[in-house]
Design a protein around this ligand. Structure first.
Ligand code: PEP
Ligand code: MN
Length: 337
């Protein structure tokens, strides 16, 4: 249930409303916006039926939230959530482009990639130090050495780093280095990991599982938010379907659907969706036109030599071309780069 307060509600009235709700054993969550303040109530809503909520001073309206996700629900927030990404943000007017190699392979390739993507307008560097691979014989990442390389390149360029955490046992270590922790598609429903990263004070990039519905994704975000971490970025990265023309099927419609359901920012990963570099620009433009707040793009100095995801990684020149083409698309939907 959400309680919308009057625009002139006082702090004392807000405290009083929350006390009345909390006295029944429910939790409250306050969201203050420029034009309205929302008190979200979580718990047994039947109990609230016993008090005349609408007559408490300061209350303007009371609405029931039918969907199972509450904290992630659009109705629970007075304003869209804007997540910090170093000195940039995700969810504001500017489209946040985060780019980098699938795996951190060496300091040299990481630094060269960071410099080029930054020059082209990327506001974040992404690279995997711990890699989830379908085959146990594939390269699994450089581990902490890779995290150190990411930190070195951040020191050199100022670009904030986004990198994946695969396991609760690595969460503190990865959080020491990363500005944003990525939860990969394969871990979207690893509930212990979601709970663990919910306790950390780091923004989370949550990728949609390849067999997850939009509701599953929002409930996964809810696990993180329930622990007190409200800085969650959702990522559409393609799902498994019968279509075999691309590596995954990019669920473009999920972007505007998410925008109607949640206040959290939504980004798209066209690289993993397509699995081939020649489609990445087209899917990027479609995602931004559909309302995405940002993009995650794989870029490699020499994709042919990449240890992972070379087929879908853009060359530096291809990334420049993508960014140049993105600007008018962003402008057409009232966004900037
Ligand atoms: C990745 O980001 O490199 C990755 C493995 O992505 P996903 O979890 O979406 O498959
Ligand atoms: Mn990858």
């Amino acid at each position: 249930m959400i309680i919308i307060t009057r625009h002139d509600v006082t702090d004392e009235e807000l405290d009083h409303i929350r006390e009345r709700v909390e006295a029944l054993g429910l939790q409250t969550h306050l969201s203050r916006g420029k034009h309205r303040t929302v008190i979200g109530c979580i718990g047994d809503e039947e109990l609230l039926a016993g008090i005349p909520l609408r007559s408490i001073p300061g209350v303007e309206a009371v609405h029931t939230v039918m969907k199972p996700y509450k904290l992630a629900n659009l109705q629970f927030a007075a304003e869209p959530t804007i997540v910090p990404l170093g000195s940039a943000t995700v969810g504001d007017t500017a489209i946040a482009v985060v780019a980098g190699p699938c795996s951190v392979e060496s300091l040299e390739m990481l630094s060269a990639t960071a410099q080029r993507v930054q020059k082209a307008g990327a506001v974040g560097l992404r690279g995997g130090a711990f890699k989830p691979r379908s085959s146990p014989y594939s390269f699994g990442g450089l581990g902490e050495d890779g995290l150190k390389m990411l930190a070195d390149v951040r020191a050199e360029t100022g670009l904030p780093i986004v990198t994946e955490v695969m396991d609760t046992r690595q969460a503190d270590l990865v959080a020491e280095y990363a500005d944003v922790l990525q939860i990969g598609a394969r871990n979207m429903q690893n509930f212990s990991l979601l709970t663990e990263v919910g306790r950390l004070h780091r923004p989370i990039l949550l990728k949609r599982g390849m067999a997850a519905t939009v509701e599953d994704l929002l409930l996964a975000a809810e696990y993180i938010m329930k622990q007190g971490n409200q800085n969650v970025i959702l990522c559409e990265r393609g799902i498994r379907t019968f279509s075999d023309a691309t590596r995954n099927t990019f669920d473009l419609a999920a972007i505007p659907v998410l925008k109607k359901e949640t206040h959290l920012p939504v980004i798209a990963d066209p690289s993993h969706a397509a699995g081939r570099r020649d489609l990445v620009a087209a899917l990027s433009y479609a995602a931004v036109a559909a309302g995405a707040d940002g993009l995650l793009i794989e870029v490699h100095p020499d994709p042919e030599q990449a240890v992972s995801d070379g087929d879908q990684s853009l060359t530096f020149d291809e990334f420049d071309t993508l960014m140049a083409g993105l600007e008018p698309v962003a402008a057409a939907v009232g966004r900037s780069l």
